[in-house]
Ligand binder design. Sequence first.
Ligand SMILES: O=C(O)CNC(=O)[C@H](CS)NC(=O)CCC(=O)C(=O)O
Length: 317
Amino acid sequence: MSISASKSTTTIAVAQIRSTADPVHNLEISRKVVRKAAEQGAKAIFLPEASDFINQSFPDSRKLSLPLFKHYYTLGLQETAKELGVSISVGIHEGPDDEKEERFWNSHVIIGGDGAIRACYRKLHLYDVELTKPPNEDGTIPPPQRTGESDRILPGQKVVPPIEIEGLGKVGLEICYDIRFPELSMILTRLGATTLLFPSAFMVKTGRDHWATLCRSQAIQSQSYVIASAQYGAHNPKRTSWGESIAFDPWGRQLGRLRSVDDTPPGADEGVEKVYEEEGEFFLVEIDQQVVKDTRGQIPLGVQRRTDIYGVVGENI
Ligand SMILES: O=C(O)CNC(=O)[C@H](CS)NC(=O)CCC(=O)C(=O)O
């Protein structure tokens, strides 16, 4: 009997960057991270939501949000993927061809090792929230922090069936705020996903209180790997993201984690003048389909659902 020397796990890289308003800069940083991760053996690299730009200006954002076939940032990453023969998952802004439409999509694309776009998911759940702030010292209450993602983003209209990434099995595509709607993870798992992807740009307040717990709970409940790559730090004077790119296995074991804003010494991360010094970071993770099988074998949630009582979530998809 011969013993196979082939590796049963696949190495991937979970990245963290701080996108600015400038897609040229963001492509350069993203490429550096992808190249470095590939050199260290990663076969797939996971970049955050909105890696192409994070911007304060609405008209500028629309101009940069082009259809994929003429999207500067995505085309650039496609070249790099092909050159290195690695897959890339990345969040970008994608626009409709109709220039009269002022809004655009918040999309998650998968680029294959041949440079082709393999899938494109458009964010279903949009972040329209009002977060309260603590009272001022004089006891007055500051106005809430309102974010209206749907003011500028078109809501996606479909669940993208999980797709195979070489060596990784099937991955389910989600984005950031989607993580609060476990229905989507359940549907993707039922459709065959063994890894759930959450390119993200969480806010600081909710990042601190909810982010890592949401990621871990999705892994345990769906019995899938969770890969959550995050935007980190000050993008401009008005916008800071929490960071903390993180990954869990289907048992809920943490496989790696990068810094959050809270991990950064006070003052070290202040001011947008430092934005251009950021090089991006990543950690490597081994994905092993056997861990999915073992976890699902020990705790067989998939066959224990009382669908006779409460139905199948997303049955008509
Ligand atoms: O499109 C861009 O430019 C960047 N996108 C984002 O920052 C998105 C939409 S505003 N952020 C979130 O969904 C935060 C979710 C969050 O923080 C929570 O669920 O608590």
